[in-house]
Design a binder for this molecule. Structure first.
Ligand code: HEC
Length: 280
């Protein structure tokens, strides 16, 4: 891969920046969240911290206007409708998803650390657990069906405040710290960490796009990306950001990406579940 000029310029800018979040490596989850909120408040003094739930549209006024226009006829609507139909269709033994998730407004249950299993359980894992409990085969995490079911559940949960329980047990803390380490570890040919772009360089432009703040990264999935011409999952976006710096992506719902989601969700506590969304 040949380094694109925009990225070389960013690398130079990055080297000139001092470590943005000192003491971050050894902090508790509550301290991390406070440090992140304080950092973005200082970096974007005109933006209310929770407004980062709208990604770049929190501070890019032109892009925000185009985005609001798209919201008049949201392209994710079909996926929500199809998701609703799937949600209410019988599973192999005649039960339906409502037997597992009630009315579907359950985003705040996920992700959580399951002590018995010793791993982070995301909504997608829980959807497959529900299927298997009722005699149906699990879905591929790449399938259209999975993303549509999660679009319906995001829709049903819209407006609730993100309130993930603070990781406290040894297992939960280990998963959280793995996610945090993933987020701050440099990788790929460009040797960029997630924090390089979304913390240190947040608000800067990378070619045509501004870089969003980490705080709003989990609130709005699945999202309809104009580039994808479809709704896609948070883990698909993670993979894209890994590839962007020349690093190997991980499979959707791999332990790495689930731990990452767990970390990002906790620091986003206080923002609103606002999926599905539209993004470029
Ligand atoms: C080279 C810079 C760069 C790096 C490094 C990077 N990203 Fe991104 N990321 C982008 C760009 C550009 C976008 C699209 C504009 C935006 O929303 O920030 C984006 C978007 C995102 C979004 C969607 C934001 C939204 O509002 O929908 C998520 C989530 C995300 N990145 C997560 C990550 C994670 C996790 C990592 C580390 C594995 C990472 N990114 C590393 C450049 C980067």
């Amino acid at each position: 891969m040949i380094l694109k000029p925009g990225l070389i310029a960013m690398q130079t800018a990055l080297m000139a920046l001092t470590v943005a979040l000192s003491g971050f490596a050894s902090a508790t989850p509550a301290e991390d969240r406070e440090a992140m909120r304080a950092y973005y408040q200082k970096r974007f003094p005109a933006v209310e911290v929770n407004a980062h739930q709208d990604g770049v549209y929190a501070f890019d006024q032109n892009a925000r206007e185009q985005w609001l226009e798209l919201e008049d006829f949201p392209p994710y609507e079909v996926a929500v409708d199809e998701g609703e139909e799937l949600y209410n269709s019988p599973l192999a033994n005649g039960a339906s998803y409502s037997d597992c998730f009630g009315d579907g407004a359950v985003k705040n249950r996920y992700p959580h650390f399951d002590e018995g299993r010793g791993e982070v359980v995301t909504l997608e894992l829980a959807i497959n657990d529900c299927r298997e409990a009722h005699g149906s085969d699990p879905l591929s995490y790449k399938s259209a069906e999975m993303v549509r079911l999660s679009a319906y559940i995001a829709w049903q949960s819209r407006g609730q405040i993100i309130a993930m329980e603070e990781p406290e047990s040894a297992g939960a803390l280990a998963a959280y710290n793995e996610g945090k380490r993933f987020y701050t570890t440099r990788r790929g040919q460009l040797n960029f960490a997630c924090t390089s772009c979304h913390v240190q360089l947040a608000g800067n432009r990378l070619r045509a796009e501004h870089l969003s703040a980490s705080l709003g990264h989990v609130s709005h999935w699945p999202a309809y990306r104009l580039k994808w011409q479809d709704v896609g999952s948070l883990h698909r976006r993670f993979a894209r950001c890994n590839e962007q710096v020349g690093a190997e992506p991980f499979p959707r719902q791999s332990p790495e990406y689930r731990n990452l989601e767990y970390f990002l969700t906790y620091i986003s506590n206080g923002l609103t579940w606002n999926g599905p969304a539209i993004r470029k």
